[in-house]
Design a protein around this ligand. Structure first.
Ligand code: HEM
Length: 164
């Protein structure tokens, strides 16, 4: 931030480790736990149990983002928070369509870039100016509430914030 004379676009772009931390947080707790799609072309789904299903146009399909992000078939030790999964080298090995925090394909989130910049600016501002300590009121490990469409932690996220 000092190098760029403030929290500029260039400064945010250089915070590459923060990208890794945000990606890993999204893997563990994606904002949207699943997506709904409507089948447009007939195709065959192959289940890991050997069963197949022929999807027909017009049928509703659920893409289980949260389950894909935590499936040991695609992620080693999925329960471990490990931002190194997203370093330049290792992120090349992530199987396509198994990391979907912003969706994929023609309807991928149009706000990815602005969302990432805003989240990074927010975290950088907080870390620069405040000390954050987890309050015992926050459940660990966090439990996602089934009540909402977007992922929300049961009981909320409580943090003690004090000025540095
Ligand atoms: C961290 C923040 C965000 C997350 C996790 C997120 C996630 C997503 C996801 C998963 C989808 C795809 C939904 C689907 O295919 O069913 C989506 C679509 C979309 N997002 Fe975001 N989003 C974020 C921020 C934003 C922002 C800041 C904007 C606008 C500036 C935005 C605008 C949109 C729009 C317009 C679509 C629909 C695109 C389409 O259907 O063609 N999003 N987002």
């Amino acid at each position: 931030i000092e190098k760029h004379g403030g929290l500029t676009y260039e400064a945010l772009k250089e915070m590459t480790y923060m990208n890794q931390v945000i990606c890993e947080s999204q893997r563990c707790h994606a904002a949207l736990g699943f997506m709904r799609k409507i089948c447009t072309e007939e195709f065959q789904l192959q289940g890991s149990d050997g069963l197949t299903y022929r999807a027909k146009p017009g049928e509703h399909i659920i893409i289980p983002i949260h389950a894909l992000h935590n499936d040991p078939k695609y992620w080693r030790d999925p329960e471990v928070f490990d931002p190194e999964r997203f370093d330049e080298e290792r992120k090349q090995t992530i199987q396509k369509m198994t990391f979907l925090p912003f969706g994929e394909g023609p309807r991928i989130c149009v706000g990815i870039k602005i969302a990432m910049l805003q989240v990074k600016a927010c975290i950088a501002t907080l870390l620069r100016n405040y000390r954050l300590e987890l309050s015992p009121k926050t459940q660990v490990p966090p439990k996602i509430s089934p009540k909402y469409l977007l992922s929300e932690i049961d009981g909320g996220v409580w943090v003690h914030i004090s000025k540095l």
